[in-house]
Design a protein around this ligand. Structure first.
Ligand SMILES: Cc1ncc(COP(=O)(O)O)c(C=O)c1O
Length: 389
């Protein structure tokens, strides 16, 4: 049974404002309500906390293996939620999704190789390509009145012109909130297969899906699985950033061998068994929590949209808890993020960090209490109305 958002908030919302959390510490410094950084203001399910407490209290902090039924428990969760299972021998581990992106680029491409991304996009994708001295090839997504779509013609033209080796896909998409349909993915994967492009799909937002949408795991399109690598984790799902733990699923034997060889060369790939426990217990006990948090995020989104869509353009939120919103024309010469900070005391992620063309846009984190979202909406509305006088 799902909890309604009031019950969920009463039970799980935590006051992080005095803690060393990245999100709230900066908010404190800037005297602003923090709605940036992709983590949630909710604590985990009590049973998960108890299980982790048990481990800590036992005090054995030596080298540990994964629980023997780890893969079974992981696959039960994946099957129930996403209709997919992954073969144990195809799974490798990294300390996080960005670590996975970085290791995959290093293992499977050479310096100077071209890698394509669909922008605006979560900055570490581009950062990883640049810092590893690969060539960034950007294809901008097309804004169809708040619904951003892939530009297939542009993607194919750029793949051919730049001899692209890898496409890094963010699915669901951060910051555009898109949950790509099976047909959209199929069209993209066919195009990549035809041009021998490896697809790396970062799917860490795949469990936060709004009503009316369903997530298609990249590897469920079996026909293309030799070309696809899935990065999946429940770090966003249950807000487990502190327990860096991520799965990299590589069905293609030759790509997997290369990846393993790379991991061995940098002494990476051994799993951190303590970090894995937070995922392991959430796979088992997190269902009600997760269904409830999905409901709460959807309600926060509906409230925000209902109150502000007459004034502001924003993306349709299909998945994730990150809403991309355009502050033009109210922000004038200022960036959208500066406007919200200075005039509304709200701290958000600036649109230009995802793409320089999106200066008037901001990314707003909705995974907080309805009261915080109401407060944010109230201050934005007040500013908009004053600006329009
Ligand atoms: C698409 C995407 N990938 C990766 C990450 C970061 O994941 P990790 O902390 O596991 O590196 C984020 C965080 O917001 C994200 O949105």
């Amino acid at each position: 049974m799902n909890m309604d958002s009031k019950t969920f908030t009463e039970k799980y919302y935590i006051d992080r404002s005095k803690q060393n959390t990245v999100k709230w510490q900066r908010g404190r410094k800037l005297k602003a309500l923090p709605l940036w950084v992709a983590d949630m203001d909710f604590k985990d399910d009590e049973r998960v906390i108890e299980k982790l407490e048990e481990f800590i209290r036992f005090g054995d902090y030596g080298y540990n293996n994964l629980p023997e039924d780890y893969y079974k428990v992981y696959n039960n969760y994946q099957l129930e939620r996403n209709g997919i299972t992954y073969k144990q021998e195809h799974i490798r581990f990294t300390r996080g999704a960005v670590d996975a992106l970085h290791q995959l680029v290093c293992a499977l491409t050479e310096k100077g190789d071209a890698i394509l991304i669909n922008t605006p996009l979560y900055p570490p994708f581009k950062g990883t390509i640049s810092s590893t001295k690969r060539k960034v090839v950007e294809s901008k997504m097309i804004n169809e009145n708040g619904h951003f779509v892939l530009n297939y013609k542009d993607i194919e033209k750029k793949i051919i012109r730049n001899k692209v080796k890898m496409l890094m896909l963010c699915s669901p998409h951060n910051p555009l909130g898109r949950v790509f349909s099976k047909a959209e993915l199929e069209k993209l994967f066919a195009l990549c297969k035809k041009n021998k492009v490896i697809i790396v799909a970062d799917e860490v937002h795949g469990d936060i899906i709004m009503k009316g949408h369903s997530f298609t795991p990249a590897l469920s399109l079996k026909k293309y699985q030799n070309n696809i690598i899935s990065i999946n984790a429940v770090s966003k799902t249950f807000s487990l950033a502190v327990y860096s733990h991520c799965h990299v699923v590589i069905p293609n034997n030759s790509l997997r061998k290369k990846f393993i060889a790379y991991q061995q060369s940098i002494h990476a790939g051994s799993v951190n068994a303590f970090n894995a426990l937070a995922s392991y217990y959430n796979f088992q006990y997190g269902k009600e929590w997760l269904d409830s948090v999905n409901e709460l995020i959807y309600e926060n989104y509906c409230y925000f949209k209902d109150k502000l869509s007459a004034y502001l353009k924003m993306c349709d939120l299909e998945g994730s808890y990150l809403l991309f919103v355009n502050l033009a024309p109210y922000c004038g010469e200022m960036s959208g993020a500066d406007f919200l900070l200075e005039k509304c005391h709200l701290l958000v992620n600036p649109g230009e960090s995802f793409d320089p063309d999106y200066r008037s846009w901001v990314r707003i984190n909705l995974a907080t209490s309805p009261a915080n979202i109401r407060k944010a909406v109230k201050t934005i509305l007040k500013q908009i109305k004053e600006n329009s006088l």
